[in-house]
Design a protein around this ligand. Structure first.
Ligand code: SF4
Ligand code: SF4
Length: 448
């Protein structure tokens, strides 16, 4: 097994790791597809309000590649389609019927899979609506089925705080069997399927160990598939790769074995009280409000879906996106601390040595305090020191600002894995990650 270590001197000591058990919550009455949360697709609607749709039948297709379709995460009536600015399709809401109608697909078991060629497997994944779980590196959109990837990476654990660990979603013999079957599916698509554990979450199950090829070492974002790929690729020819998160491998397998679109999802849900964080089993596209029924909430808070570094501000009437496994209710901070910069800061997050907490490293709850306002870059170099793919974010950002895109690409813009760390450590509060993400998307879509 090969170990890929990334040095990251920023130690995150967040409090409130969700308890390892999974709790059941009431099944939602509505679910929704959220195409605007899927990077790089240009959605074309295939349904209208009032239509009745079966679970697993397509709601939208990608105008750029009509083979890519996004299936309905529920069976019932399309009750609402919400649009954002410039008629962007934000959510397609389905009211689930009591006897939920679902589309049936052909079952592919181990014997049938062994007789299939790669093209047959691609066709089956597209037909069953499972293809969107396979994503591309470096752009993080849905993988292009016509492309030959240099590798497929499968992280068992998302190492950012507050995501379900493999020890939580891979419990029980059937889950493990299913995972191994999912890996067999991926091996039909590419010879180089790299399944990796993180050193902090070593796998003990003997059968799972047989498919593990790599171990990620170091702090977040050490386990990110883009980082793993960057650290191991041999040449620019290998720039393109694919990845599938461990939980989504289970869905690929379930879709093949059951002949039905799979919707089960384990989410980490955290509130403002750190001893109250938990995992819940729900379904894809569930309303965010339905996930927090058992969570004790802070007085005033904001909703963050998708993780503390990579997530986005959501609202209580939003729905879970296809790839999200984390929801947080982050306490708002009402007042700025008077002369806060002059205090020792025993309980302040710091990646530099600005505050005394750098010595004691207390576990701190996450809140919405930015600890400062936007100002000009002071060339401190913290962003470059923390970047796991050796970009110099401060220079790349300045190139973009000056519209020197070729220069930004030369600095490694496309290698950015959008981990969010440079924005987090920046004392000038510059939105580096969002800028890079936006430029990568524009580059992909040919807008620059
Ligand atoms: S540039 Fe920033 S967001 Fe991109 S990989 Fe480096 S630290 Fe992460
Ligand atoms: S961390 Fe922020 S202020 Fe420091 S060099 Fe990077 S962009 Fe500039």
């Amino acid at each position: 097994m090969k170990t890929v270590s990334v040095k990251n001197r920023c130690r995150f000591t967040v409090a409130g790791k969700p308890a390892n058990r999974i709790e059941s919550i009431s099944a939602p009455y509505h679910v929704a597809a959220t195409p605007n949360r899927i990077p790089l697709i240009k959605p074309r609607l295939l349904v209208n309000p009032g239509d009745r749709i079966k679970l697993g039948l397509p709601l939208i297709e990608d105008k750029g590649n009509t083979d890519l379709k996004l299936p309905s995460p529920g069976g019932g009536e399309v009750v609402d389609i919400k649009y954002g600015p410039r008629r962007v399709i934000e959510t397609i809401v389905i009211k689930i019927e009591e006897e939920e109608p679902y589309e049936t697909f052909s079952i592919v078991d181990a014997a049938r899979l062994s007789r299939m060629r790669g093209d047959d497997v691609i066709h089956a994944l597209l037909e069953k609506g499972l293809w969107p779980f396979i994503r591309g590196i470096p752009f993080k959109g849905i993988a292009d089925p016509k492309e030959s990837p240099s590798a497929i990476w499968v992280p068992l654990d998302i190492t950012a705080p507050y995501h379900p660990a493999s020890g939580v979603y891979l419990t029980g013999e059937s889950a493990k069997e299913q995972f191994l079957f999912g890996i067999k599916i991926l091996k039909k698509l590419c010879d180089r399927v790299f399944v990796y554990e993180h050193a902090d979450y070593p796998v003990t199950d003997e059968r799972l160990k047989t498919v593990i090829t790599h171990r990620a070492g170091g702090r977040f974002p050490a386990g990110d598939p883009g980082v793993m790929h960057y650290q191991t690729k041999q040449s620019a020819k290998e720039n393109r790769a694919w990845y599938v998160n461990g939980q989504d491998v289970l869905l690929l397998a379930e879709g093949f074995l059951s002949g039905r679109y799979p919707v089960s999802r384990v989410m980490a849900v955290s509130g403002g009280h750190t001893d109250n964080n938990r995992h819940v089993r729900t379904r894809l596209g569930a309303p965010l409000e339905s996930l927090v029924s058992k969570i004790e909430r802070p007085d005033d808070y904001r909703w963050i879906a998708g993780g503390v570094f990579t997530g986005y501000n959501a609202s209580p009437d939003d729905y879970m996106g296809l790839y999200e496994t984390s929801l947080m209710l982050v306490p708002e901070v009402k007042e700025n601390e008077l002369l806060g910069f002059a205090r020792p800061g025993l309980r302040k997050p710091t990646c530099s040595r600005t505050f005394l907490s750098a010595l004691t490293r207390p576990k701190l709850p996450v809140d919405a305090d930015r600890h400062g306002e936007l100002r000009a870059c002071i060339n401190c170099g913290y962003c470059a020191a923390i970047c796991p793919v050796d970009i110099m974010p401060q220079y790349t950002y300045k190139c973009i600002y000056a519209e020197e895109i070729e220069e930004a690409l030369a600095h490694g813009l496309l290698d950015c894995v959008e981990c969010g760390l440079c924005s987090y450590v920046c004392p000038s509060k510059i939105e580096l990650t969002e800028t890079f993400k936006d430029m990568k998307q524009k580059y992909y879509l040919g807008k620059i």
